[in-house]
Ligand binder design. Structure first.
Ligand SMILES: C[S@@+](CC[C@H](N)C(=O)[O-])C[C@H]1O[C@@H](n2cnc3c(N)ncnc32)[C@H](O)[C@@H]1O
Length: 206
């Protein structure tokens, strides 16, 4: 996934950039929501649902997230093995690449109630000419956004130093192939800043 790094002061959080979009994909009036790989819980705290559960495998992330809000049910555990139930809405922001792709996507789909919605914003690895062409546009845009955030004092940094990081990710082709087998009908879209999005409406019976 190697990309040219900006100087620290110009780096910014690409996951946060897509968060507002992600939140807009969630149906209003959702009863239950689950955020998988919640990290420090920024997304989970923004989800509007009757009950929000957020799980992370890192004890430190959950400890810090728990200190920020009592509105969310914070769970320290492995999404594969923790008994969680089913949810109207399941989200995974920058966490699917921490899991083996097929098993991870299958688990996210299983956690989504029939008739519910799964929304993923994920990282992919550059593998095709289209990926390279996108990066040619993304690199200067990335620098410009970083510069604008720095000049206007909105700089937030790229990610928290304690956040678990994984340096590998599936390719977009692998994500599309996995989605067509596991979450048929899912809308997978390439995003500019090294991300893709996946939205899947679980059939009423699955
Ligand atoms: C890059 S962070 C993203 C955090 C947060 N979603 C965000 O966008 O800021 C990925 C998170 O997934 C968590 N994670 C990795 N494997 C997991 C698993 N099997 N079950 C639950 N969480 C997991 C990591 O601990 C990490 O906090």
């Amino acid at each position: 996934m190697g990309k040219l790094q900006l100087p620290e002061r110009l780096r910014w959080d690409h996951n946060a950039w897509y968060r507002r979009w992600l939140l807009r994909q969630l149906p209003s009036g959702a009863g239950s929501a689950l955020d998988v790989g919640c990290g420090l819980g920024d997304l989970a705290r923004s989800i509007r649902a009757t009950s929000v559960t957020a799980i992370d495998a890192s004890a430190r992330m959950v400890e810090r997230a728990r200190a920020t809000s009592t509105e969310v049910r914070w769970v320290h555990g492995d999404v594969f093995t923790h008994e969680l139930g089913l949810f109207d809405v399941v989200t995974a922001e920058a966490s699917l690449h921490h899991l083996p792709l097929l098993e991870g996507l299958t688990r996210l789909a299983e956690l989504t109630k029939p008739g519910g919605r799964l929304v993923v914003v994920g990282l992919y690895s550059r593998a095709s000419f289209a990926d390279l062409a996108t990066e040619v546009v993304a690199l200067p845009a990335n620098a410009l956004v970083g510069l604008a955030k720095w000049v206007t004092g909105q700089r937030t940094g790229s990610h928290d130093p304690e956040m678990p990081v994984v340096w590998t990710a599936p390719t977009l082709a692998e994500v599309r192939a996995a989605a067509s087998g596991i979450t048929p009908g899912a809308r997978v879209r390439r995003r500019l800043f090294w991300r893709y999005s996946l939205v899947w409406d679980a059939p009423e019976v699955h």
